[in-house]
Design a protein around this ligand. Structure first.
Ligand code: ADP
Ligand code: MG
Length: 744
């Protein structure tokens, strides 16, 4: 059988050759014609429109101008080497008597030239165009007085807008532009912009070259392109065929064709990703036996009836979801997302009691000692009416105590154990562990979870519930945890007061300190948090110490008391200072961002975040969640430097405008710009997405996921003939995702 053009080595494409092939391989991972045509433009430029120079703004994307060259200047390392202009005046400014430049540039020693500056003009204004490379050739082309079309991205240098390294074309004859012969009107006006790198550009693979390569590759491949989606499915979903989509994604016939092409390709990408994830999940839930827990049990009911408040609707819904998992006979693998303060602890307790009610033990793990202690305190309170024995095991549990707990776990007299990593040490054994709850999962490694798994003596894996307060955008969760079940508590307990968020810079510090004194006078407590970024740990601690001194000076004892916690303190020290604050003995707690995620001090009503621009959105949100837990109005003050980057400013503004963690997470995802490669997505995904965006294509993702669900519902193993193409596609290497997110 003849080999498909799709598989042809990229070096054999006209205009490529071995050198460029190597570049394409290295920079873009393109090996074949087929790889190339799956590299899509990330943007299109309307090449028919010309921007007047006066209207150029530095924040514009790629633009096209039509302008006449007025002057050009060549610079070496020591300054200007040669210059000439439209009036034909050559200047010798080299200062060493070198011959002046001429239009042909023959006397110029181009190896000394480092930069060329060209001034161009249209009827509305002037603009600078700058070249650092390929100068000799460009110099020959850009003769003063001639008109060209320049295509590039405006940038700002020394306060002036210029364009660096534009693509240059001869200006079309005037009578042929715009005025619209029929031919012109039909012509392709949208040109794709492809992901690119400096290296590619230096190697001659410019935007224009890439377009030509795509054209050659498409022509060669189109006859060999095979549909990846069954015809019945295309019809059902109103999707265009693959060849049409590929042709129009590169060279759109018109706007509508482009939209349809784009939809089809995005859909296909998200669909296969969901199909592969869901298929794994189906297989997992079918093959993986779990402990069946058919009842809720006495303890659950007693606890439930004694609750000091009614559960929120979201809490009830989540408990039902968990309950259904636990009685199904399959292992539960559930991620519970809920913003800080949404009441996950209550859900954890009731879940643990289901295990107890069915004769099993449960463990609840927290990432830090302080959190474990706090959980233990709260959980013990909830458990009082049930008579279930609960214990706390951490790194600082004393030997005698530890021994007692070990035996209690082994003989089953301890029903629920709360603890830190100490829980998964090898000498801790359970009589019959049926459930493991992991709080704040991002601090637990996969390996640690695996050890938990082996703790169960009954030969079946314990049910797993992972709780996280880090909101993950839904679309991302569906993909990152596509093979898990996700529950969301999307409702806060009633009566929580909003936290007022304020942005202030250094010059408002006196006002901030006055505000803090006022709040303390009202009996409130205050967190002051400093960033801790590990690259410059030393400096961070210096900032923290300086900050502490500043606070101590502004809030002297008596009457003020300030405590400090940071990661370099011993556990006792940390606990001593935290306790002082929690018990109200200190008015202010100065801390690094390692401040315990779940610390609950209801009387703390002010969170001051120093150098807030250095925190990410989700971290800021987590920190803000430390206040607003009591009955008093709470505040979050974001202190920043005077000057902020555009992105930092946006983040700070978002924080001031919303308290919704999911909204912030969505925005965070949208803002995390492209990675190294212009126009590609940075991602921690199992499969890198080529065209779809989890941030923007939520609707398509939903549709793709429900299609995948419907298909698997009918044909879980994809063995029906009508699904043959789907199975074939899933066999490709890229879908061979191995347990990247399995949490047990
Ligand atoms: P999370 O762990 O999700 O951050 P917690 O479980 O610590 O939140 O709950 C935060 C606070 O809200 C606790 O003081 C808890 O007692 C309270 N709480 C939880 N559920 C409810 C509810 N349904 N109604 C009122 N208060 C609740
Ligand atoms: Mg919590």
């Amino acid at each position: 059988m003849e080999r498909s053009a799709l598989e042809s080595d990229i070096q054999f494409l006209p205009g490529v050759g071995p050198k460029r092939a190597e570049l394409l391989r290295k920079e873009l991972g393109i090996n074949t014609f087929g790889d190339l045509i799956r590299l899509y433009p990330f943007r299109y430029i309307d090449r028919s429109s010309i921007v007047p120079i006066r209207e150029i703004r530095p924040d514009m994307a790629y633009i096209q101008i039509k302008a006449k060259v007025l002057a050009r200047e060549l610079y070496g390392t020591g300054g200007i080497i040669a210059a000439d202009n439209i009036y034909g005046q050559n200047q010798d400014v080299s200062g060493n008597g070198a011959p002046a430049a001429t239009g042909s540039g023959q006397d110029i020693r181009f190896n000394l030239v480092r930069r060329m500056r060209v001034v161009v003009e249209d009827t509305t204004g002037r603009l600078e165009v700058v070249f650092f490379k390929g100068i000799k050739w460009m110099y020959g082309k850009l003769e003063p007085g001639k008109e060209f079309v320049f295509f590039g991205k405006p940038t700002v240098f020394n306060g002036l807008v210029n364009i660096v390294h534009p693509e240059v074309d001869n200006a079309p004859d005037n009578q042929n532009t715009r005025s619209g012969s029929a031919q012109q009107a039909d012509a392709l006006t949208m040109t794709g912009v492809y992901p690119s790198t400096e290296r590619l550009k230096n190697g001659g693979i410019t935007g224009k070259a890439m377009c030509r390569m795509q054209e050659h590759a498409l022509n060669a491949c189109l006859p060999d392109i095979e549909e990846t989606l069954p015809v019945w499915f295309l019809k059902q979903q109103g999707l265009v065929p693959l060849p049409f989509a590929l042709k129009n994604i590169h060279f759109p016939k018109d706007q509508q064709s482009l939209e349809r092409a784009r939809y089809r390709l995005k859909f296909e990408e998200l669909f296969f990703l969901q199909l592969s994830l869901l298929k794994q999940k189906y297989i997992h839930s079918r093959d993986e036996h779990g402990i069946q827990m058919p009842k809720v049990g006495e303890a659950f009911n007693r606890c439930y009836e004694a609750l000091p408040f009614p559960l929120t609707g979201a809490q009830k819904r989540v408990i039902t979801e968990i309950r259904n998992d636990m009685k199904s006979g399959h292992q539960m693998n559930r991620l519970l997302q809920g913003d800080v303060g949404s009441g996950k602890t209550m859900v954890a307790v009731l879940t643990a009691l289901i295990a107890i009610g069915n004769g099993y033990q449960a463990c609840i793990m927290a990432p830090t000692e302080v959190l474990a202690q706090q959980h233990f305190k709260n959980i013990s309170k909830y458990l009082e009416p049930t008579g279930v024995r609960v214990a706390l095991l951490t790194g600082s549990s004393r030997t005698a105590e530890r021994r007692e707990i070990h035996s209690g776990l082994e003989d089953g007299s301890i029903g629920i154990i709360v603890g830190t990593h100490a829980l998964i040490e090898d000498d801790v054994l359970f009589r019959n562990l049926g459930l493991a709850i992991v709080d704040e999962q991002h601090r637990f490694g996969v390996e640690q979870r695996a050890r938990l798994w082996r703790k169960s003596a009954c030969g079946m894996p314990p049910h797993i519930l992972v709780m996280t307060a880090t909101p993950i955008p839904r679309t991302l969760a569906m993909t990152l945890y596509g093979d898990l079940d996700v529950s969301v508590i999307d409702e806060l307990p009633p009566g929580r007061k909003p936290v007022q968020t304020i942005h202030a810079s250094e010059n408002r510090r006196p006002a901030l300190f006055k505000f803090m004194r006022d709040q303390i006078a009202l009996g409130r407590q205050i967190f002051v948090v400093y960033p801790l970024i590990f690259e410059s740990e030393k400096m961070d601690y210096k900032n923290l110490e300086n900050g502490y001194e500043q606070i101590a000076k502004a809030f002297p004892f008596p009457p003020y008391k300030t405590a400090m916690v940071h990661g370099k303190q011993s556990n006792e020290e940390k606990k001593f200072n935290m306790d002082a604050f929690a018990a109200g003995r200190a008015n202010i707690l100065v801390a690094t961002s390692v401040i315990e995620v779940g610390v609950d001090v209801p009387n703390a009503s002010v969170m001051v975040i120093e150098s807030a621009e250095r925190f990410g959105l989700s971290q800021l949100h987590q920190l803000r969640g430390r206040v607003g837990r009591g009955s008093e109005k709470s505040y979050c003050v974001l202190m920043t430097g005077q000057k902020l980057s555009k992105e930092s400013r946006h983040r700070i503004q978002l924080m001031c405008s919303t308290e919704n963690g999911f909204e912030l997470a969505e925005e965070d995802m949208k803002m995390r710009g492209p990675g190294d490669l212009e126009g590609t997505q940075q991602s921690g995904l199992p499969i890198s997405l080529n065209i779809a965006s989890l941030a923007k294509d939520g609707l398509i993702l939903n549709e793709a996921r429900s299609c995948a669900e419907a298909i698997l519902e009918e044909d879980p193993t994809l063995s029906l003939d009508k699904n043959r193409l789907l199975m074939q596609e899933l066999k490709k290497d890229k879908y061979n995702i191995k347990d990247y997110s399995k949490i047990s």
